[in-house]
Write a protein that binds this ligand. Structure first.
Ligand code: ZN
Length: 458
């Protein structure tokens, strides 16, 4: 394909920026080009798999979702580091002021793109810095341990980072076909970009946790920046789905006691992992599909040898690219062979009210393994004044951007043994290009973004 024809395709996409979907149901019903797009990747797809999952002319086409479009001015810029609480955000300022003075005096580390860069740090690991030591037991009193495994034996706490992703329908369809629920760690910017896709997680009965606003290294953020990264992610999820998350996962696992403390003030339990497929790094840093497959295989071997007979596991995987979702589908049957149960992390914790909105419930572990994998998961919380939705997929009617969306709810008690080795999450903003298309916002599809989409069609 010539450059001219490429630009022509870009222009065609740019001239066709609005999709017709109006609800979660209509978005979820968009069929992918075919399941063939998920078959083993041809060589050329090396160039495309970071773009979109299936057909960008349909599933990833920008659309306007009025509640998001109307609220954009109350949020940081999409995919930009949320360095500050916005001036008009009275609830945010009030909440931050309520604990600002008590934030641990731990200096930010490194840079936003690498918290280890230029950082000198004591071997004694005074901050329980996971990136340095895989520490999950805070040194600071009053903080509960991070969750890095699940209490139920022979059980996999199933979770995926970096969504929602505009091209995820085939994969969500697969999970539904298997009656398989999972924990989705959503990036706030992606939630604003793909609100109907985020709603599908609730409709399908998955659990949603926070994965920050801009996916930077959190121990590098300022105190206010760390707060804003979590606060606006919580607000985005609340705006779009009607629920307020009580769990989060730090990008790259980068957390220390300062960040844990700030997250705890927002009622967020810190969820890590002990085993890493490295799927999000596929295509970079020498991580080939074979490397990822070996990581999965090694994990499965451990499970088959009884490594999780006493305490279950959490494995790091991603909703990020065609490859990560395809590989998760490839390995789901294999994981089912070696684990007695694969459940969302909240289910493994018997945390039946995973959101502040207590009228929303998830099944108990016993219920889930008996076959009731979804209780009222298709009905996002309606008790809140700011948003509601119905089982048919109708949308939250309106939102009050200034209303508090999180508070300092007590953290559930949890304990985790010391971690074994883990290479950490290395995914970056691979999906940020698509995220920058800002579907549902007033920002039009960028020419650059259109060119990327057109490139995906090659
Ligand atoms: Zn991530």
């Amino acid at each position: 394909m010539t450059v001219l024809s490429l630009l022509g395709l870009a222009a065609a996409v740019y001239a066709h920026p609005q999709a017709t979907r109006t609800s979660e149901a209509t978005e979820a019903a968009i069929s992918s080009t075919s399941s063939a797009s998920l078959l083993p990747l041809p060589a050329f797809q090396k160039l495309t798999r970071k773009c979109v999952h299936t057909d960008p002319s349909t599933e990833c086409q920008p659309y306007t979702y009025p509640p998001v479009a109307q609220a954009m001015s109350s949020f940081p810029d999409i995919w930009e580091y949320a360095a500050k609480i916005l001036p008009g955000d009275a609830a945010g300022h009030t909440k931050y002021a309520s604990f600002n003075a008590s934030i641990p005096k731990i200096a930010p580390k490194g840079t936003l793109t690498d918290s280890t860069k230029g950082t000198t740090y004591s071997d004694s690991d005074p901050d329980c810095w996971w990136t340095y030591s895989n520490c999950v037991k805070p040194k600071l009193s009053g903080l509960v341990p991070d969750v890095s495994d699940v209490p139920e034996p022979r059980t996999l706490g199933y979770g995926f980072d970096d969504g929602p992703y505009c091209g995820h329908n085939v994969w969500y369809d697969y999970l539904s076909s298997q009656n398989q629920k999972a924990t989705m760690f959503y990036i706030g910017s992606n939630v604003m970009s793909y609100p109907l896709e985020a709603q599908r997680a609730i409709t399908d009965g998955h659990e949603i946790c926070v994965h920050t606003w801009s996916h930077n290294y959190m121990t590098a953020t300022s105190n206010e920046g760390a707060f804003a990264e979590l606060w606006y992610s919580l607000k985005a999820i609340k705006l779009v789905t009607g629920v307020t998350a009580t769990c989060w996962r730090p990008p790259y696992g980068d957390v220390d006691d300062r960040i844990r403390y700030i997250a705890a003030q927002l009622g967020l339990e810190t969820i890590l992992w002990k085993y890493d497929t490295d799927d999000g790094s596929e295509g970079s840093d020498g991580v080939t599909p074979a490397v990822v497959q070996k990581n999965y295989d090694d994990f499965i071997t451990k499970a088959s040898q009884g490594a999780f007979n006493t305490v279950g596991a959490i494995l790091l995987t991603h909703e990020l690219t065609n490859f990560t979702m395809q590989t998760s589908m490839d390995y789901h049957p294999k994981l089912l062979q070696v684990f007695d149960h694969i459940v969302p992390i909240s289910v493994a914790q018997n945390k039946t009210t995973p959101y502040l909105e207590t009228n929303y419930t998830m099944p108990t572990f016993a219920e889930y393994i008996a076959g009731t994998t979804q209780t009222n998961g298709s009905t996002p919380a309606s008790g809140s004044s700011s948003a509601s939705a119905s089982a048919s997929g109708s949308l939250p009617a309106q939102v009050n951007p200034g209303s508090p969306t999180a508070n300092g709810a007590a953290q559930p008690s949890d304990s985790s043994p010391s971690p074994s080795s883990s290479s950490g999450e290395r995914t970056g903003k691979n999906n940020g290009v698509v995220g920058r298309l800002q579907v549902g916002s007033a920002t039009p599809l960028s020419v650059f973004g259109a060119a990327v989409l057109a490139f995906c069609w090659l």
